[in-house]
Design a binder for this molecule. Sequence first.
Ligand code: PEP
Length: 256
Amino acid sequence: MIPRKKLIAGNWKMNKTSADGVALVRDIVAAVGKQSEVEVVVCPPFTALESAARALEGSNVKLGAQNMHFESSGAFTGEVSAPMLRAIFTTHVILGHSERRSYFGETDALVNQKVIAALKNQLRPIFCVGESLAERESGSTLKVVQTQVERGLEGVSKELGQGIVVAYEPVWAIGTGKVASTDQAQEVHAFIRGLLVKLFGEPVAQKVRILYGGSMKPANAPELLAQKDIDGGLIGGASLEARSFVELVNAAAAIK
Ligand code: PEP
């Protein structure tokens, strides 16, 4: 079986002006822009995407958005579509992030429409799932994740399923400094892999990368990234500085 290439994606959230973003991208490109052992993606806010795309040109670092609408165009004030993202060289899009689910009311059904639209437009969704603290404490983590995965990927064909990246992000670990233990993370990753087997069959499920997200830092990354079903990281806070982000890429590259 071909090993899955590790993927490190930086979710800048609502941070960085266009100029700040270009400066960060330049530093990242200078450090890891030529390596190809690890797939590296930066996800700036919409306003910084196009300038970041120019700064990434000629490097191996890819560009991701943090959200999109499921329609291609139309009367949806304030929204951005998959073809618009594709037109400025975006290759990835984060969908169903817990902040979108909790602050903007995104449901599994809406996330599902977005996942399908992204795949049909040749954008690779970084599809996020994860339980809240209350859900973990009540023992319903796997049930919650199962529902999110099954509903979020409903109607996705085996063929399109190959284009997905899943991110397991326990909500209680995002931006809190509380990282999941390697056992907690690996358990859920293996469980998600099993769900993908049921949805898409073994060969596709073995190809899909499952990222961990939630306070991943250079200090805790090596242990997490060494787990069998952890294929990379979706990084928030530590992606805002080139030094820590580059260290995470190097940590992923060091896993054999
Ligand atoms: C995220 O927002 O996807 C995330 C993982 O954030 P942080 O790394 O800051 O916890």
